[in-house]
Design a protein around this ligand. Structure first.
Ligand SMILES: *Cc1c(COP(=O)(O)O)cnc(C)c1O
Length: 390
């Protein structure tokens, strides 16, 4: 799964025969394809032709909303928000877990395992439950309740690890080696990135194969951003798009090993995990090489935003667009705002921000962002006097 010379810092790329794929995957064929899920791109996914995916949860084909008010506020040409919180277990991770579960079944495993800050876990548990696979999940003790509740409901064996994400990952790795389960760890198994890349395929198709100048994505381990690059790369190689969008990698200032490394022009060093955006609180990213490649080869940029900017963007996306993201979910949009302010994204450019997870996953931080409602006695005079109506 990983590169023999880079070790675990470099998961392998899955390579495709584009000439062959071009025969079956064209714009016209996609237009006629009635499968409104990520499996519409299965020609570009690493599953065998005879693997049956018809019974899976409905993953992908999430809406791409044009965001006019935020666009005007930022003064850029166009802004879209891809709401991947609308996946079945409410995050982009469903894309990776769907492919992982398909692969595990294809290879004859009866148990799938992963470690996760939360969303990989809940998506893995959900897809496994649906397809009758056992799931063993390792989460750090700080994982938000909403995500843990999902695990319990989906009936996974849950190991809540007394320690940070690194400790959680290391324990899962040792256990997977010992018990021989299928490994859904994104920073190790290249199949996961190939699921995540379908978000890029969708963005391109939803924009009639004229993707925006920029695509922004929040970054923890670096597998999502690596997948976004892979998706656009595939389409470019197939001649379906004529350029790869610039990719904006966004982290929280409370945990930004990629941004620090890019600014200092050096390798990543382990950092503390000190942000409310738990899904991207990754001090030791598992897919550094591919994440760095995504930004470098697309001529994009790295940027960090504060937790205050993240909370503010939660409110802005909710109030202006009706999109409710978890902190890591709105981080890409927060990054777009910062990149416009710094002149990295220019006024004449177009942008897509991926919202990677639903705000219902982490209600505590949502209430921190938006406050709690005032209590009102049940009569009209009290309502009038309360000031709630403004
Ligand atoms: C996992 C996750 C990310 C980041 O993906 P990585 O592959 O870890 O970089 C961003 N947002 C949400 C909501 C996630 O669950």
């Amino acid at each position: 799964m990983t590169c023999p010379s880079c070790g675990e810092k470099g998961i392998l790329d899955i390579l495709y025969d584009y000439d062959e794929i071009h025969k079956t995957l064209t714009k016209e064929k996609l237009k006629q394809n009635t499968d409104n899920s990520m499996w519409r791109y299965r020609d570009l996914m690493p599953v065998a032709d005879d693997t049956d995916v018809s019974g899976f949860l409905r993953i992908g084909w999430t809406p791409l909303y044009e965001s006019k008010s935020l666009r005007d506020e930022l003064g850029i040409r166009k802004l879209y928000v891809k709401d991947d919180g609308l996946n079945p277990t409410a995050s982009l991770k469903d894309r990776a877990s769907g492919v992982a579960v398909a692969k595990a079944i294809e290879l004859g495993y009866d148990t799938i395992a992963c470690s996760s800050t939360g969303n990989a876990a809940s998506s893995c548990a959900g897809s496994a439950a649906r397809m009758g696979l056992k799931a063993v999940i390792f989460v750090p003790e700080r994982a938000p309740e909403g995500k843990v509740a999902q695990l319990m409901i989906f009936g996974a064996k849950v190991v809540s690890v007394h320690g940070d994400y690194k400790a959680t990952f290391d324990l899962s790795k040792a256990a997977i080696a010992k018990y021989g389960w299928y490994n859904r760890n994104a920073g190790i198994n290249p199949v996961m990135t190939e699921g995540k890349k379908t978000v890029a395929l969708e963005i391109a198709e939803q924009l009639n194969f004229e993707p925006t100048d920029w695509v922004a994505c929040s970054v923890g381990d670096g597998c999502t951003i690596g997948g976004v690059y892979n998706g656009f790369y595939d389409l470019y190689k197939l001649g379906l798009i004529d350029r790869i969008p610039k990719i904006l990698g966004v982290q929280s200032t409370g945990c930004c090993p990629f941004v620090d490394a890019a600014n200092a022009g050096r390798d990543l060093v382990p950092t503390e995990e000190n942000t409310i955006a738990d899904s991207i609180a990754v001090g030791v990213p598992r897919n550094p090489k591919k994440a760095l490649r995504a930004v470098r080869d697309s001529k994009g940029a790295w940027i960090a935003v504060t937790d205050e900017q993240i909370l503010d963007t939660m409110r802005v996306l909710g109030r202006h667009e009706g999109v409710f993201g978890e902190p890591a979910g709105v981080t890409a949009t927060a990054g777009v705002r910062e990149a416009v302010a710094r002149g990295i994204i220019r006024p004449d450019e177009t942008v897509t921000a991926i919202s990677t997870g639903s705000g219902l996953k982490d209600v505590r931080n949502a209430l921190k962002a938006a406050g709690k409602p005032k209590l009102c006695e049940p009569d009209l005079d009290a309502l009038e006097a309360s000031g709630i109506l403004g």
